[in-house]
Ligand binder design. Structure first.
Ligand SMILES: [Fe+2]
Length: 487
């Protein structure tokens, strides 16, 4: 049987599948990796081992792959390995793609038709180290445990059976002081249901609470936020239904006519304590973080007015609107003391699009000042060719108090992926340390890990770890300091 990616326009150039596991000892380094930088940068990647059944399927359905940059003593070793999900193994046994559209089991090939959740997940969205385990995350299924040293797949993990929802989040929040995780699954009572189950899991990995909510409507709840006292749950017009799945459509469609909502649940309250606040259409796919004082919550997020995903069509047939997809940094202020059910929106940083929002996660769930993000500075030169696209070319530290940003320009040849942050020491000041991101060098079409020092971002990368090949496309990743693993 012919195996070719040629008919898939989305899988060309820098998105051409790499398809290989890799292990590379002692990578080439330009500059100096800081001697005090000691840990592993794990990346969750989306990589089609077999081409999609439908050329217009979204990258959300590409196979999960974990890569690891292990850094210490000024050196770096690299490894990459596919996650052996049941889907990946079934496809390999059949030597072809058996599965149809992302999260639409009606479009899978028999005998996989109708199978979903553990059967069709690709575990490709995030990778975290929590309670001594490395977990690959995807919001349509439980976590997949990965050996942090060999990157071998160990299997689905459900916290000793105490995590009961069939789905999990790719963006659980871990309180930076207590180590407690707040996480959730949506479509928690089956495909296309509006059930959201919220869990608290202590730092040792024990589930301590389960709360079952119903959203105002079924929506892609990709990310939440936590403040000192509240859990914030955005619901917006990325919608689905059993009808559209049975019609063989992609899981998600965008509905501009729906209001958006933010659910506010006390961290230690019951499900009945949820309050839903309402506002105009927007898409809050990712949050930076939240904080609260005196009952007033501030939620900072990267938000667009319209559909951010061109591969999820408008349910009313409207053409994709690139201006509506533009993401900017916004602050949402919710007053729990007020009787009204709305919020106040402040637009904070408008001239540089960027959607990959992080903070120094030691401050998650507490007062914080800085956002960390990869963004596109369109005033900078680009020597590569991405067609009509513009590269993400800068890593920034955004100051929510002053609105100012310090930035590291990667160089004219680079397109960057998501930022990761490594604190300088366990008790370093907030956002003091090193930033890093994988870059595609568009002159060589190979990958480099670029590392910058927050003490002088404008100076550019202090180290470039060069790979002799192009690494897979990252969805999200995290720096895991050696000290957090007891090393
Ligand atoms: Fe995400």
């Amino acid at each position: 049987m012919t195996l070719s990616y040629a008919d898939h326009p989305a899988l060309q150039g820098d998105f051409e599948p790499a398809r290989y596991d890799a292990s590379l000892y002692d990578c080439e380094v330009i500059g100096e990796i800081p001697a005090a930088l000691n840990g592993t940068f794990y990346r969750a990647c989306a990589e089609w081992f077999y081409p999609p059944r439908y050329p217009d399927d979204s990258p959300f359905a590409a196979d999960g792959m974990i890569t690891a940059f292990r850094i210490g003593d000024g050196s770096c070793d690299y490894a990459a390995r596919f996650i052996e999900t049941p889907r990946y193994l079934a496809n390999k046994a059949a030597r072809r793609q058996l599965f149809g559209y992302y999260r639409n089991p009606f479009t899978h090939e028999p005998p996989m038709q109708g199978q979903y959740n553990k059967a069709d997940t690709v575990s490709n969205t995030n990778v975290i180290f929590f309670a001594g385990r490395l977990l690959a995350l995807k919001e349509d299924a439980p976590p997949m445990e990965i050996d942090p040293d060999t990157l071998e797949t160990k299997g689905f993990f459900d916290f000793g059976g105490d995590y009961k929802a069939p789905t999990f989040s790719a963006h659980p929040k871990v309180d930076g002081r207590t180590g407690e995780m707040i996480t959730f699954g949506y479509e928690a009572e089956g495909l296309a249901t509006n059930a959201i189950w919220i869990y608290t899991i202590d730092a040792g990995g024990k589930v301590t609470s389960e709360r079952k909510l119903s959203a105002p409507y079924l929506s892609m709840v990709h990310d939440i936020a936590i403040s000192q006292n509240y859990i914030l749950i955005p619901v917006y017009g990325m919608v689905s239904s059993m009808e559209r799945l049975r019609e063989g459509k992609v899981h998600w469609g965008w509905d501009t006519t729906l209001p958006s909502h933010i659910g506010v649940l006390p961290r230690h309250g019951d499900a009945s304590d949820i309050r839903w606040f309402d506002g105009p259409a927007m898409a809050m796919v990712h949050t930076f973080a939240a904080s609260d004082e005196g009952g007033v919550i501030t939620l900072d997020a990267a938000v667009s007015d319209g559909n951010p995903f061109p591969f999820f069509p408008d349910v009313h047939g409207k053409p994709f609107d690139p201006a509506g997809a533009r993401t900017t940094i916004r602050r949402y202020v919710i007053d729990m003391n007020a009787s009204g059910g709305g919020w106040r929106e402040e637009r904070m940083w408008q001239d540089k699009p960027g959607a990959l929002s992080r903070i120094d996660e030691r401050f998650m769930g507490h007062r914080f000042r800085h956002g960390l993000l990869s963004f596109s500075d369109e005033t900078k030169p680009f020597s590569g060719d991405m067609g009509s696209r513009r590269p993400t070319n800068s890593l920034g530290r955004f100051d929510f108090a002053t609105g100012e940003v310090e930035a590291m320009f990667a160089g004219p040849e680079f397109g960057l992926q998501e930022i990761a942050f490594a604190p300088r020491s366990p008790d370093a000041p907030e956002a003091d340390g090193w930033v890093m991101a994988l870059g595609t060098n568009y002159e060589t079409m190979k990958s480099e890990l670029l590392i910058g020092d927050t003490a002088n971002l404008a100076a550019g990368p202090v180290a470039r770890v060069r790979l002799p090949f192009r690494a897979p496309q990252q969805v999200h990743g995290n720096w895991v300091p050696a000290w957090s693993r007891g090393a």
